[in-house]
Design a protein around this ligand. Sequence first.
Ligand SMILES: Cc1cc2nc3c(=O)[nH]c(=O)nc-3n(C[C@H](O)[C@H](O)[C@H](O)COP(=O)(O)OP(=O)(O)OC[C@H]3O[C@@H](n4cnc5c(N)ncnc54)[C@H](O)[C@@H]3O)c2cc1C
Length: 389
Amino acid sequence: MASSTVLTPGFSFQLTEEQLAVQAAAREFANSELLPGVIERDELQKFPAEQIKKMGELGFMGMMVDPRYNGGGMDSISYVLAMEEISKIDASASVAMSVNNSLVCWGIEKYGTEEQKQKYLTRLATGEIIGAFCLSEPEAGSDATSQKTTAQDMGDYYLLNGTKNWITNGNSASVYIVIAQTYPEKGHKGINALIVEKGTPGFVVGKKENKLGIRGSDTHSLMFTDVKVPKENRIGEDGFGFKFAMSTLNGGRIGIAAQALGIASGAYELSLKYSKERKAFGKEISQHQAIQFKLAEMATNIDAARLLCLQAAYLKDQHADFTKASAMAKLFASKVAMEVTVEAVQIHGGYGYVKEYHVERLMRDAKITQIYEGTSEIQKIVISREILK
Ligand SMILES: Cc1cc2nc3c(=O)[nH]c(=O)nc-3n(C[C@H](O)[C@H](O)[C@H](O)COP(=O)(O)OP(=O)(O)OC[C@H]3O[C@@H](n4cnc5c(N)ncnc54)[C@H](O)[C@@H]3O)c2cc1C
């Protein structure tokens, strides 16, 4: 029987000293290094390259990687806590962090060869280089089985041809995990996952997307024309690529759920503070019941989203099945992020509609959490499949 939604035995509401220290370090970093310039980066669509370097030095880019490969050796709960703090301030920085940690580092550590780990993971885990995860295509988004990119088996190498769309860290990455079809007749069982280095002949980074939100994030299309990828760069067995992608995205959803949580809690904290400062009709707006009720609903939904995120992280740390839990966390936290940020703009009135008060950016940033790493509709498919099996 599928496990119930009740927190699993052993789950503790008490954070450890180490988890609290990670949370405090992330909060301090976000306020001192990400907050200055976040509005400008959003406006100019500027990738936070220097900040990401520093995040790497502080251990935020390979948090869960084994210290043998230069990682932080931390648990997923610490990762959720850090993601929330970084996302409160800069969701463009946190998506780079999420992709590098949960998709690229985790994917290579879990399924890669020792040589791949030594060659790539040791540098990805410190943020010396960053990675990208390339599954989506112009005609393959939610339906990821419809891969048109091909990886033709040429003996000791693959010949890669095709286009990937919407790739986070698209231009800033050095290492790309590319999903491609080797045996079209086998459908999703014929797909492979290949590690492709930037600068490989035939690999071109295409146009940068001009986005509604997470504008500091570096989203590009990528083109591959007769790109030779050595066989030793394949992750897992021949034909394992689709399973690899689905398994990796399962964990990635915890990162995006935590990003949504952070966007929501950032907007809530700003709203709470503003409501105690702004006066209307002779009293702080926090003294009007309409505003109090908004704050009460925001706080309740944020706490519920946080519990779902921590539950998914806890199950992952226990090596238990977290498929349903991570989909629920992402579905709910992203909905909360959208609702809370809209209300945050409302609480700020006209000031909420201008850049200086941050909440309009958080509202724009929130929307993507309902779309990438599986839309909300896809999360419902995953959850219902788990409930009904
Ligand atoms: C800023 C940004 C960054 C991204 N980063 C990456 C990245 O780093 N790597 C990567 O590989 N991809 C990335 N993506 C792609 C993202 O994962 C896809 O956009 C997403 O999976 C949806 O695919 P699609 O855009 O093709 O929409 P579609 O799949 O065409 O969906 C359109 C609509 O139909 C709904 N729908 C589709 N199928 C069903 C169904 N069976 N039942 C019910 N509803 C359905 C969807 O939920 C959606 O509402 C990124 C996208 C953006 C915008």
